[in-house]
Design a protein. Structure first.
Length: 243
């Protein structure tokens, strides 16, 4: 099964592609080295090519949060100065360290900790449809499912008020892609010869980035809102090395 660039649970009944985070955990847990190497190479290629572009246009969890944010409620516009670093902790601990070192006594293998205990995409797109369609599985749902469902409810509820709350604070895939934003082949470029630093792009950015100062900030998901707001057309996605 091929990977998708976004956070897509392959346990979803309609899933035709696999989640790269899930495949990486299988690799670190010792279950499937071939799948893990493929997933790592795939993620490196995606990150090097486009940075966090997949977060803005491909990830189903990101799309769901975009829809939730459209609900008419008071919004909290915040930089999330400290909370945004949590996703790097989740990537390091739950995707790499725990699957690698916290091994099952019987099998000697690691577990997919992020998928099992945190991932809201797995709960919303995978577990809920499966439980809705199967009486037997509903009867087996226990404490772990209740915990994950509660966590998913918190993430989705927060996303109504804070733009892409889960992406910004907890998503390990976003953390991985963000490492490439400043050096990706496709990146945002600000033409300083026409930019007058008016700040319209910063006002349009729901992630509280200042694109005229840092067009390729780690939090940028390449949504294009800043470019659309620029009267001078100073901002645009460009391939590195082209004019």
């Amino acid at each position: 099964m091929f990977c998708t660039p976004g956070l897509n649970c392959h346990s979803c009944p309609a899933a035709a592609v696999s989640c790269p985070v899930g495949a990486l955990q299988l690799f670190f847990g010792g279950v499937s080295h071939a799948a893990g190497l493929y997933a790592a190479g795939f993620l490196l290629a995606c990150g090097a090519a486009t940075g966090r572009l997949a977060c803005g246009y491909v990830c189903p969890m990101g799309f769901l949060q975009d829809l939730l944010y459209k609900i008419k409620t008071p919004k909290k516009i915040t930089r999330m100065k400290f909370a945004r670093y949590l996703k790097y902790f989740v990537l390091a601990v739950f995707v790499v360290v725990l699957p690698l070192f916290a091994l099952n006594d019987l099998s000697g293998l690691g577990e997919p900790w992020f998928c099992k205990y945190i991932c809201p995409s797995g709960t919303i797109l995978g577990a809920l449809p499966l439980l809705a369609a199967n009486d037997f599985l509903r009867g087996m749902a226990g404490a772990i499912f209740i915990f994950k469902a509660s966590l998913a409810a918190c993430f989705t509820g927060a996303s109504v008020f804070v733009y892409r709350f889960f992406c910004r604070a907890f998503c390990p895939l976003g953390a991985f892609y963000s490492l490439f934003n400043g050096a990706a082949l496709v990146r945002m470029r600000c033409d300083k010869s026409v930019c007058d630093s008016c700040g319209d792009c910063a006002a349009a950015c729901k992630l509280k980035i200042e694109p005229f100062k840092a067009p390729n900030a780690a939090e940028c998901i390449r949504c294009g809102d800043c470019a659309a707001s620029c009267a001078k057309k100073a901002l645009a996605l460009k391939i590195s090395g082209t004019k």
